[in-house]
Ligand binder design. Structure first.
Ligand code: ZN
Length: 265
């Protein structure tokens, strides 16, 4: 029998399993698949609270990201509470946050203001930021450039562009901005040649893998609910794309995740 890979899923929306009673089984299957560590993603008040709860309940396996995502642009979420939450143990990052002009171009200016506020919080706490960007490349990079210029922390802990969906050119610009690049199950989709081209040019020490579960299940599970155990399929696709052994990709991305999110190695 093969030894399971040692994997880190750097982006999971665990709230999707809370109401359905699937959480315990999802965590068990993750462990069985060799997924040793996971980042529980916040992005709204309830998601932040649940991510913190999970990080407190599973301190060895789960760390939390807290933040206000683009859906909350123009609204008045509780920023004082978020600042207090961001200072708690178990918090590894600010996020997810960023810009999405595909789904809500009408809130672009408010999205930029909220994203800038999240970046400022990340600087205050010296925490990496988990960034979403869709059809907003130039504005995302402009704000990240200001962030990087004002960042006083470890330059290798600035953050990550999650669920990368651009091509090689955008990957180069993201890398130049100081961020790491995380690939999801989209890498396994038939029409994802541009993303695979990007995956080939990212240096090994700047790569991460994620599921973005419950969304975006990789092939051959496409159309089903995604979960952290399937990050193994993402790692396999990334390894095949780069022409590297999957064990090496798993080990390297796990080490990268440990450094970025402050786990002991
Ligand atoms: Zn996400």
């Amino acid at each position: 029998m093969d030894t399971p890979l040692q994997l880190v899923d750097t982006h999971v929306h665990f709230d999707a399993y809370r109401e359905t009673g699937e959480l315990a089984a999802v965590l068990e299957r993750a462990a069985a698949a060799g997924v040793q560590r996971m980042i529980a993603m916040g992005g709204a008040e309830d998601g932040n609270a649940f991510a913190l709860e999970l990080a407190a309940a599973h301190p060895e396996r789960i760390r939390a990201a807290v933040g206000f995502d683009r859906h909350l642009a123009g609204q008045a979420p509780d920023f004082a509470r978020l600042a207090e939450q961001a200072a708690r143990p178990g918090v590894a990052a600010i996020g997810e946050c960023g810009l999405d002009y595909h789904y809500s171009p009408e809130t672009a200016a408010a999205q930029r203001a909220l994203f800038a506020r999240m970046l400022a919080l990340a600087r205050d706490r010296r925490l990496p930021v988990v960034v979403h960007s869709r059809e907003a490349e130039d504005d995302t990079l402009a704000l990240l450039k200001e962030h990087a210029a004002a960042w006083a922390g470890d330059p290798a802990r600035l953050g990550v562009l999650h669920c990368f969906t651009g091509g090689a050119d955008f990957a180069r610009r993201v890398l130049a901005s100081g961020l790491w690049v995380s690939f999801s199950g989209i890498l396994t989709f038939r029409n994802a040649d541009a993303i695979r081209a990007a995956a080939r040019i990212v240096p090994a020490d700047r790569l991460l893998v994620e599921t973005d579960a419950p969304y975006l299940a990789p092939e051959p599970h496409r159309g089903h609910k995604n979960e952290p155990a399937l990050v193994a399929d993402v790692a396999r696709a990334l390894a095949a794309t780069r022409g590297e052994p999957v064990e090496r990709v798993a080990e390297q991305t796990a080490r990268n995740a440990a450094h970025l999110f402050g786990w002991p190695t």
